[in-house]
Design a protein around this ligand. Structure first.
Ligand code: GLC
Length: 606
């Protein structure tokens, strides 16, 4: 049994023999070419006592798009409550809820005007409490999305900051115009303090004529950046964390973490010289003064301590802290912290969303997986993100042929798996006209380019059935258009009753309770000239194997080189129904184009 020491957050082995043995680290593995054994990516035990998330599937709900119970075309909290049985039946362990706080919705909830209240579009605090209680009753945990980097410009703090009312004067990042010395002269137009660009494009500075200064906004101009150099801001945010901990939430996904601090001297950022980047676009600059500054880690440690001391004072169950970080792997894994200085439980691993191309090759998939596993610190909990509200859906981004195979990969890799709502039924991005575009990133890009950056296509309403608006809403129109493929089998009701993405998804999650998943080492390998991906999770004499033909050609693979895999294997799951239940010999596994199989030996699935 492993127990969590809350102070150091290190796993300590206790003498409880009932909990099973540790990972089998000595078992050698030879490669296809008979080379010497390569290192196995063995892990700490995943079901690490109180650290419930180490083997969890987290289901991301984008509340506007999940289920509407008020017939206004926008999803709400009671809609989520009404579908908790569905979520629970998927077998997932937690819900990450994108923001439901009070907001003018310029960035659809990521612009918060009151951290302690629920936006009336979504319901109220009572609904939220009921959601939390009902989730807990079903054994589901709730992870809230906290956005500390910025508030809405409609937040009381900002309104008072504009007026220089204490103690809010320095709550935000204010700076004088660059040409302030010319103020008062005829034709004076205030110039931004430096060249910084917002993530959504254009200057990161907006002038307030009332205060006579610019405020920084690393995202939309309606999202002024808080000043985390001001201890009052830090303390206010910790109070927000406590407020929601008292409400019963089980953890937080912290939004836009590397953006929390900027250079005090406000120095210009150098050009990135990235191909295709144009002046005014975020990629045009190298963000050395606005992204990932060392101070960011100190604040995250403070958040960590807030969560840990809450757990210490209450039920001793650690709360989960996830950091949203888009950076190189080397920089991202720093957010795990080290030794006695833990930071987040993990930063999101975005490799599969950011680097996985359309029609990917097996050797690239292997490289991405190995890169993350090799980079994380010893004992660090791996995690796999396949999609989220900021990126295209798997079916559209990677390809229709990879829906099941990608779910297989993330569900069988060790650690935490994230599912963006609708990926379990293979939803696709929706096509939108310029007039239908509401995402600020899309709008800022203009009519010519909006589809390149708009996040609207991946946020379309959940497809529940063949009823009106795919069963999402009774309204005459919905906030984003419903993808019409709900009429062609891409809806929950239909997929409940046939061999489907949904059924494959559920069957995959069942494997996550087995010893092979929880304690098995990870081995990845490619065959068939880089086109077939093979992944094994072997524990003792039991194991799970994923064999995925990622190409558009028939292929046969010989897995004889996998010495810890017996000759006879059973097909537990396949995207080709007729293969399920078959017995195969590992020396000759024939697959159709894009066929994805999960093979088992000595594994009992409940
Ligand atoms: C994060 C969110 C994104 C939001 C941005 C600003 O990246 O995922 O949706 O627009 O932060 O809050």
């Amino acid at each position: 049994m492993y127990k969590m020491d809350l102070r150091s957050r290190k796993l300590k082995r206790t003498n409880d023999s009932a909990s099973g043995s540790s990972p089998d680290k000595k078992r050698p593995v030879t490669s296809a070419q008979g080379e010497p054994p390569r290192p196995r990516r063995d892990l700490v035990v995943l079901d690490a006592g109180a650290q419930w998330w180490r083997s969890a599937v987290v289901y991301q709900v984008y509340p506007r798009s999940f289920k509407d119970t008020t017939a206004n075309g926008i999803g709400d909290i009671n809609g989520i409550r009404s579908q908790l049985q569905y979520i629970s039946k998927l077998g997932v362990n937690a819900i990450w809820l994108s923001p439901v706080f009070k907001s003018p919705m310029k960035d659809f909830g990521y612009d918060i005007s009151d951290y302690r209240d629920i936006d009336p579009i979504f319901g109220n605090l009572k609904d939220m409490k009921a959601l939390i209680d009902e989730m807990h009753f079903l054994g589901l945990r709730l992870i809230l999305d906290l956005v500390p980097n910025h508030t809405s410009n409609m937040h009381e703090w900002f309104k008072m900051s504009v007026k220089k009312e204490e103690p809010f004067t320095d709550f935000y990042v204010w700076a004088k115009p660059k040409n302030v010395s010319e103020a008062g002269k005829e034709g004076y137009v205030p110039q931004p303090p430096n060249n910084w660009i917002s993530v959504f494009g254009g200057s990161a500075w907006e002038y307030s004529s009332e205060r006579g200064e610019f405020y920084l906004h690393q995202f939309a101009k309606d999202q002024p950046d808080l000043n985390f150099r001001n201890p009052r801001v830090v303390s206010a945010m910790k109070q927000v964390l406590k407020f929601w901990l008292n409400m019963g939430v089980d953890g937080f996904r912290i939004d836009a973490v590397p953006h929390l601090f900027e250079d005090l001297q406000l120095r210009d950022e150098p050009h990135s010289h990235k191909e295709d980047s144009k002046a005014g676009q975020y990629d045009f600059l190298d963000h050395i003064y606005t992204h990932g500054l060392p101070e960011v880690f100190d604040i995250m440690k403070e958040f960590r301590n807030t969560l840990d001391s809450y757990s210490e004072k209450t039920d001793k169950i650690p709360r989960l802290l996830i950091a949203e970080v888009y950076d190189t792997v080397e920089n991202t894994v720093k957010y795990y912290g080290e030794g006695d200085q833990p930071i987040a439980d993990f930063p999101f691993n975005f490799l599969l969303v950011s680097e996985m191309e359309r029609n990917p090759r097996a050797d690239h998939l292997k490289e991405l997986i190995d890169r993350w596993m090799d980079a994380i610190p010893t004992g660090g909990c791996p995690n796999w993100v396949l999609g989220n509200h900021d990126k295209g859906r798997v079916a559209s981004r990677i390809g229709l042929n990879y829906i099941d195979s990608m779910n297989m990969v993330v569900m069988l890799l060790p650690g935490v798996a994230f599912t963006y709502y609708g990926e379990e039924i293979g939803m696709e991005d929706v096509n939108l006209s310029w007039d239908q575009t509401v995402d600020p990133a899309g709008i800022n890009a203009g009519q010519e380019n909006y589809m390149k950056v708009s996040r609207d296509p991946a946020r379309s309403p959940m497809q529940w059935s063949i009823n009106k608006n795919a069963g999402f809403s009774e309204s005459s129109s919905t906030w984003l258009p419903v993808n019409q493929n709900y009429l062609n089998g891409i809806n929950v009701e239909d997929q409940e009753h046939r061999f489907s993405h949904l059924q494959i998804y559920r069957s995959l999650i069942k494997l996550r309770k087995t010893d092979a998943f929880l304690k098995g080492g990870l081995h990845t390998e490619v065959f068939n000239d880089g086109k077939t991906f093979v992944m094994s999770r072997v524990f003792g004499d039991s194991g799970i194997l994923a064999v995925i033909n990622m190409s558009n050609e028939r292929a046969s693979v010989d897995l004889s080189s996998l010495s810890d895999v017996p000759d006879e294997l059973t097909v537990y799951l396949s995207n080709r129904q007729e293969f399920i239940g078959k017995s195969l010999n590992k020396s000759s596994i024939g697959q159709s184009p894009y066929q994805a199989d999960v093979l088992l030996f000595k594994v009992d699935v409940e």
